[in-house]
Design a protein around this ligand. Structure first.
Ligand code: ADE
Length: 247
């Protein structure tokens, strides 16, 4: 997948994503990551990319010209019209389902803003998707772009290796993942749930499913509305919550 990031801070993107699993995917050629510096496309002699907002107000606005010329260069290099994601708190809130949808694209261009935003006219011209990573305001779109690229890449076949499977992930089926344990069997006086060392795989699976249901009901009840949960499981959750509110 081509992942092009248009930014004023290309080093931030490369240093963040060239490590760990995304770094390996880039090395293996599964992801073609390129951070493109918008400043390289300005017509201004002094390398200026921003100016005062018309109508007044605080802060500076990124100008249309460098962003547009940067995009046109990226489009020419790709040789096709990609989806263009503008990272903004005004966008649709990103989630796991969207990560999966984006993972089948041939390529995605991410546009990172800074200051008070980007001239609306160039956004209207090139952006296909406005996306937010949550209801809080960051200083720029770089971290949101990196979050999206990380979440999208782990949905691409081959990015995760066998022992890193995305199956059973939190949210893969709309539920939170069950708790995990590793050696030793007793740590700090706390014992691993005995069922996990029973060797009975069917019982382990059933226990994990129950834990997922309980966790989701306790921590993110909003997710239960859309999750794939059977009527029997909904009854289990209802009983569990009734019992835990008794004490
Ligand atoms: N830019 C600034 N804040 C943001 C957010 N929450 N999501 C996406 N882009 C942003």
């Amino acid at each position: 997948m081509d992942c092009y990031v248009m930014t004023l801070f290309p080093d931030m993107i490369m240093s963040g994503l060239l490590t760990s699993i995304t770094g390996r995917a880039i090395e293996e050629g599964i992801i073609n990551l390129k951070a493109v510096n918008i400043r390289d496309y300005t017509n201004s002699k002094h390398g200026k990319t921003d100016d005062y907002p018309y109508g007044g107000g605080a802060g500076m606005v990124m100008q249309a010209q460098p962003v547009y010329d940067c995009y046109k260069a990226v489009e020419a290099e790709l040789g096709y019209k990609p989806r263009v994601v503008y990272l903004t708190p005004q966008g649709r809130v990103f989630n796991q389902e969207m990560a999966k949808e984006f993972s089948v694209e041939k390529g995605i261009v991410f546009l990172c803003g800074h200051y008070e935003g980007i001239d609306e006219r160039v956004l209207e011209e090139i952006v296909t998707d406005n996306i937010s990573i949550g209801d809080y305001v960051l200083t720029g779109g770089e971290l949101p772009a990196m979050c999206m690229i990380d979440a999208i890449s782990r949905m691409i076949p081959g990015v995760l290796h066998n022992n890193e499977s995305a199956e059973g992930d939190s949210l893969s089926d709309g539920l939170l993942e069950y708790p995990q344990y590793s050696r030793p069997e007793v740590w700090n006086g706390r014992r691993v749930p005995p069922i996990l060392i029973s060797g009975d795989h069917a019982k382990v699976d059933a226990w994990r499913r129950e834990q997922s249901l309980i966790r989701t009901a306790e921590r993110r009840p909003d997710l239960l509305e859309k999750a794939a949960v059977s009527p029997k499981e909904r009854e289990f959750i209802r009983k569990y919550l009734a019992k835990s509110s008794d004490v």
